[in-house]
Design a protein around this ligand. Structure first.
Ligand SMILES: [Fe+2]
Ligand SMILES: [Fe+2]
Length: 194
């Protein structure tokens, strides 16, 4: 699918404010893809579709999770993480997006996963640091992403976990596993720089 077609689909589906966020993620993903050597066209498509299901009806999402090959344990966690998995499922089923890298970048943009590929990391970070994000932790993460994508992913995990715990929410297990992996990756990056 060409970007323009995806743009029209998402613009028609999302409220204006969310669409502005999505375009911020598109812009940031392009920048990160250039910087870290990812496929720019894939980054644009993953970014434009990453919040495709953000405002889908909760009951309909629950039903999709129950009836399809989507992780059932999602139902035990905050509904905020459902849209990533459901979004990836729907852009494949309804829009014919087949590229696994794009689908995984959408699917894991909220939780991450162990073995995140470059495109997954880019969308994960771009979602947090796009220009519309003004929290101090987002601004700091934007600075970090200028020199290390791995460090930015790690920093984002730490801050998102802190936020979730302060809200009394449970952390989805694959996010914790991914975080542990990124701690090791980051240490590896530090030692290889010396
Ligand atoms: Fe999202
Ligand atoms: Fe988002």
């Amino acid at each position: 699918m060409e970007f323009n077609e995806a743009y029209d689909i998402v613009k028609a589906k999302l409220p204006e404010k969310r669409f502005a966020h999505v375009m911020g993620v598109v812009e940031t993903s392009r920048m990160l893809a250039k910087k870290y050597g990812a496929d720019i066209k894939k980054a644009e498509l993953a970014a434009i579709f990453h919040d495709y299901s953000k405002y889908d009806n909760i009951n309909e999402m629950r039903q999709l999770i129950v009836e399809n090959e989507l992780p059932k344990d999602l139902l035990e966690y905050d509904t905020q993480i459902w849209h990533s998995f459901v979004g990836a499922f729907l852009v494949k089923r309804d829009l014919g997006i087949e590229d696994e890298e794009i689908l995984n970048a959408i699917k894991f943009h909220t939780t991450g996963q162990v073995g995140m590929g470059l495109l997954e990391q880019i969308i994960f970070v771009a979602d947090y640091i796009e220009p519309g994000r003004t929290f101090p932790s987002c601004v700091k993460c934007r600075q970090i992403a200028e020199t290390s994508l791995v460090a930015a992913v790690l920093y984002e995990f730490e801050n998102v976990f802190e936020f979730l715990l302060s809200e009394g929410k449970k952390i989805y297990p694959i996010a914790l596993e991914a975080y542990e992996e990124f701690k090791k990756k980051y240490l590896g990056e530090l030692t290889s720089e010396r």
